[in-house]
Design a protein. Structure first.
Length: 175
């Protein structure tokens, strides 16, 4: 099993639980030997703590971790220290003390940061569309479109319409 929870799901109700998360490394910070990683999946962001005093193998495993690497961690949910909570995140009151970390996939440095703060050239965004779709603003647009399509399809079905998808039997002419 790749995960027991998603990155946007954990909160104070999970304190003390041992959980498994998987996702992209969104951000990595080093503070005097203790490393922090913001782990991102489509559901949100969770802060991971790598303490070399408590779990040296886990801390060593992410020494070279960079943005967009995919990792899987097993750890314990604990409260963030007082004054270090992040009210902007649903998971901002907790952090995960990582016991073990597995690098699932390494990534080259992306051509742009996967966040919604930068003004990225459209040509670059289109060239690297698969990365652009990881940005929250783009994901929300896709989710909205899916909901509209689902609502429309359901409405027409309830009204007795039949959706027909015809196969293409021949190649279209360029003329």
């Amino acid at each position: 099993m790749h995960r027991t929870h998603t990155c946007g799901q954990l909160n104070a109700h999970h304190l003390g639980e041992t959980i498994t998360l998987a996702g992209w490394v969104a951000n990595r910070r080093d503070h005097g030997g203790i490393a922090f990683i913001d782990l991102r999946d489509k559901y949100g962001i969770t802060q991971l703590v790598f303490d070399p005093q408590a779990y040296p193998e886990a801390a060593t495993s992410i020494d070279s971790a960079r943005a967009e690497w995919v990792i899987k961690v097993v750890g314990e949910v604990r409260s963030r220290p007082s004054g270090q909570e992040n009210a902007h995140l649903p998971t901002g009151s907790i952090e995960i003390l990582v016991h073990t970390c597995t690098i699932i996939s390494k990534s080259k440095t992306p051509p742009f940061e996967i966040n919604d703060h930068g003004n990225i050239n459209e040509d670059i965004r289109l060239k690297y569309r698969y990365l652009d779709l990881r940005r929250e603003v783009q994901r929300k647009k896709i989710e909205f479109r899916a909901k509209v399509n689902n609502y429309t399809r359901k409405w027409f079905t309830e009204k007795g319409f039949l959706e027909i998808q015809t196969p293409i039997f021949t190649v279209s002419s360029p003329e």
